[in-house]
Design a protein around this ligand. Sequence first.
Ligand code: MUC
Ligand code: MG
Length: 380
Amino acid sequence: MSNPLASNGPTIERVESWIISIPTIRAHALSMATTSEQRIVLVKITTSNGDFGWGEATTIGGLAYGDESPDSIKLTIDRYFADMLIGRSILRPALAMAAINQSCVGNYFAKCAVETALLDCLGKHTEMPLSELLGGRLHDRLSVAWTLASGNTERDIAEGREMIAARRHNIFKLKIGKNHWQDDLAHVRKICDALGEQASIRVDVNQAWDLPTAQKAIPALTEAGVELVEQPMRGADHAGARELRLLGTAAIMADEALRGGVEPALAICVSRSADAISLKIAQAGGLTPCRDVARIGVAAGLSLYGGTMLEGSVGTAASAHLFSTLPNITWGTELFGPLLLTRDFLTTPLTYDDFSLVVPTGPGLGIEIDEAAVSECAET
Ligand code: MUC
Ligand code: MG
């Protein structure tokens, strides 16, 4: 077989993007926003030999979670990144991303979408799954948590029971931080009592607490059965997070603190302000920076979790490829985004069974986009 990397290869001819809107199966209530619809940015890169690659950037609650909105991501890609990509060889995704990084700071979600599409093109051209391009797959399946966030305790318990019975999820993340901490504690305790024997229960506070609240709440939540507390306070408060770690109760996980990739990851390691880190390809600015975040974390003795921005199938497949290459994802993943949406935009949906997601095996992302579905959901 001839070496597909021996020439300059096909070049990038077209970069297109869409915002597609898909309602969620129920309202998803987080401390800073309640989501009932996901606005997903999809990017398609078409190459001179007629191949194409797809990427995705999805935010939670518009601008409630981060400083990039679906609209700003689309604009950044169309107005700034597209011209930097047209005419480049698809064999050199790192060179393309280096050019973008050189002339554009921040914009991590937009960079992630484009890097994913570039790697999808390369993977299809070389007939290699993304996981192999990213260092080599170690796992064919990833365990997947579900977030109980209907805003109603009884409904969350019923949902959790259904998930366990269907063998879809036995790890649950509860979204708290919107109410007084003692009300949240009562909610969590009921869920731990109902499901805790059969499931691992974690909470995500999405930065809602101050230090005195967190110092009271975390030991009480641990006592109720919570194993892991995600981002209890502002991401920038490393000193406070370190105090929480030193309580020696539930493990403390950094999420929003990692926005921006390797530099914040290093700051967390230096300050020893987390036990675990939530890896998110969008928050890191792409798959390769996210892989670097994982390596930095592992070197500092942190345990890993495969996070999500509640992406649809493209971002979820991309994340799965990366996470499948990591030796030890101690806390599993939460790659359930497509299951929260009322419709999919793949010709064949991703496979979830036996409490896990099956990592696609085909070239590139290993998925096929249903372009008619994309057109139907696209905002005009
Ligand atoms: C977050 O903060 O982790 C991930 C799962 C979920 O329900 O919300 C997201 C965001
Ligand atoms: Mg989180």
